[in-house]
Write a protein that binds this ligand. Structure first.
Ligand code: ATP
Ligand code: MG
Length: 296
């Protein structure tokens, strides 16, 4: 049985006729690292938030999201929030908004610590500092006592990663976890994330615009376009033989070997005008409707 299995997930906001996410399906196996890529507005974050049960109240969600053998859609809040942070966790794009500015970060990390309740305060503090050191913050005691604004962007993002990994979740969802960081800090944070996942054996859903980063971090790739998953496969296979014109366009515009981590990919508005440089497919032009559901 998969760790996570999403079937036919459709999300609408308010009375909008156009769903933000439409009939999305994929699964993640234990320990697997799956990249989710797609242009801005294609539904990546909405998919992640649907899994976390954190969509806005105006959203309506249909289909199925199974966590092991349990259905998450419609799960009572108390049960959902127990799973969140313990069994699956998320690192958000912007660390400043994800942290409480009024509380030292060490206390914030301790609050999500499963052991915290009923554990002697010294033990929780010790575990927090251990985790902060593990994510490359050597002066953990000082960092733990700092407020978010007293830390750099890279340090804040490390705190969030520490917070998300402290209960050793089975799945970590990272939504553009390093976009707010400069390129050198980004490379270090990604390396650390990879190392932390090696240690915890957690699976990961890694959301990005950046094909080069995804190809470094993940085993498998999902490509979203206008709310749907249009392609799925092992990273090497997708890069060598993209089956969807949008993916081929992404690859054509990103020279994977020379793209430095953090470089953003351009939005491709009119993907069917992008020549598909694949044997037997050169110059293929297909309308979206005939490809988006069949080429998963
Ligand atoms: N709370 C909301 N209310 C209404 N519409 C929303 C809401 N959140 C997202 N949407 C819409 O859902 C669509 C998908 O948004 P989403 O945030 O998932 O895009 P994304 O792929 O994560 O883009 P980016 O790469 O820019 O982060 C967009 O059209 C967006 O406007
Ligand atoms: Mg997003």
């Amino acid at each position: 049985m998969s760790l996570l299995r999403v079937d036919d997930l459709t999300v609408r906001f308010g009375r909008s006729r156009q769903p933000a996410v439409e009939r999305v399906g994929f699964s993640i196996e234990p320990g697997e690292r799956v990249g989710l890529i797609g242009e801005s507005g294609s539904g990546k974050s909405v998919t992640a938030l649907a899994i976390m049960g954190l969509l806005a109240d105006t959203a309506s969600c249909t289909g199925s999201i199974r966590w092991h053998d349990r259905e998450l859609i419609g799960m009572p809040d108390a049960e959902y929030s127990r799973l969140r942070g313990e069994e699956f966790a998320m690192v958000f794009q912007e660390p400043m908004t994800a942290l409480d500015p009024t509380m030292p970060v060490g206390r914030q990390v301790a609050e999500v610590l499963r052991l915290h309740e009923g554990a002697p305060p010294g033990r929780a503090r010790g575990r927090v500092c251990e985790m902060l050191s593990a994510v490359g913050l050597p002066d953990a005691e000082r960092v733990a006592d700092s407020f978010p604004h007293q830390l750099s962007g890279g340090q804040r993002q490390r705190v969030l990663i520490a917070m998300s990994l402290i209960n050793t979740p089975e799945l970590l969802i990272c939504d553009e976890p390093t976009t707010a960081l400069d390129v050198t800090v980004q490379a270090r944070v990604l390396e650390l994330l990879r190392h932390a996942l090696d240690v915890s054996s957690s699976a990961m859903l890694f959301i990005s615009h950046d094909l080069a980063v995804v190809s470094q971090m993940c085993d498998r790739l999902l490509v979203m376009y206008r709310g749907s998953v249009v392609e799925e496969g092992a990273i090497a296979d997708v890069l060598a033989r993209p089956s969807h014109p949008y993916t081929a366009g992404l690859i054509a515009t990103a020279d994977i070997a020379s793209v430095s981590p953090g470089q953003r990919l351009p939005v491709i508005d009119d993907f069917w005008d992008v020549p598909v440089d694949v044997p037997g497919r050169a110059g293929a032009r297909r309308p979206l409707g005939s490809t988006r559901r069949t080429q998963r």
